[in-house]
Write a protein that binds this ligand. Sequence first.
Ligand SMILES: *[C@@H]1O[C@H](CO)[C@@H](O)[C@H](O)[C@H]1NC(C)=O
Ligand SMILES: *[C@@H]1O[C@H](CO)[C@@H](O)[C@H](O)[C@H]1NC(C)=O
Ligand SMILES: *[C@@H]1O[C@H](CO)[C@@H](O)[C@H](O)[C@H]1NC(C)=O
Length: 186
Amino acid sequence: MDLSKMKVITSCFIALLCVYGALGIECPDVEVNDYFDVERYMGVWYEIAKYPNIFQLNGKCTAAQYTLADGKVIVNNTQIRNDKYENIVGSAVIAPDANGKAKLLVTFIVGGINVTAPYNVVATDYNGYSLVWSCEPFLGSIYENSWILARERTLREDQKIIVDAIIERNNLNRTRYIDTDQTGCE
Ligand SMILES: *[C@@H]1O[C@H](CO)[C@@H](O)[C@H](O)[C@H]1NC(C)=O
Ligand SMILES: *[C@@H]1O[C@H](CO)[C@@H](O)[C@H](O)[C@H]1NC(C)=O
Ligand SMILES: *[C@@H]1O[C@H](CO)[C@@H](O)[C@H](O)[C@H]1NC(C)=O
C-alpha cells in the first residue's frame, strides 16, 4: 500500500472517530449523595430554580410531595399554570445500580405511556435544601435536567451559598438555572 492511500485511510478513520465522538456525547460525572435516607427525604419540597424543560413551561408555585408507600415513593408534583392548580402523580424507586447512593428512577404516565427518568439527589441536608440532577443520552446528545429544591418557598442566604458550592463542585451550569416564581401561591 502506498503512503497516499494510507493517509486517506488514516484520515477517514480519524474522521469517523470524530463523528462517533460527536454522537457519543456522554452525561457528565456528577457525584451523588453517598448515603441516602429515603424516609428523611419524604414530605414537601418547593422548587426554587431549575434548568428550563419542556414539561414545566409557565408553571409557578411548583412543589413536589413525596410519600413512602410499600417501599415505593409516591410523587405528587403540583404547580399553578394559567391561574389553575394542576398536578401529576407518579412513583419513584431506588435505581438498581444505586449501591446505597441517592439514585432514583421516577415514572410518570404521560399520554398513557410510562416515562421513566433518573432522579439523582446530588446533595441534600433533608430539612433545608436539595440539589437534584438528571441526565440521559438522547438522540446522540444528552438530555439534562436539574432542580434546586427547598423545604420553604425561598432559600436562605446561607443555604444559597452551600447550593452554589455544590453546583460549582459538580460543574453544573449556574447560569442555566431559572428561578421559579413562588409568590402568591396560597
Ligand atoms: C396531590 O396534591 C394535590 C394538591 O395538594 C392534592 O389535591 C391531591 O389530592 C394530591 N394527590 C395525591 C395522590 O396525593
Ligand atoms: C407503568 O407504571 C406503573 C407504576 O409504576 C406500573 O404499575 C405499570 O405496570 C406500568 N405499566 C407499564 C406498561 O409498564
Ligand atoms: C450555561 O448555560 C447558559 C444559559 O443556558 C448557556 O448559554 C451556556 O452555554 C451554558 N454553558 C455551558 C458551558 O454549557
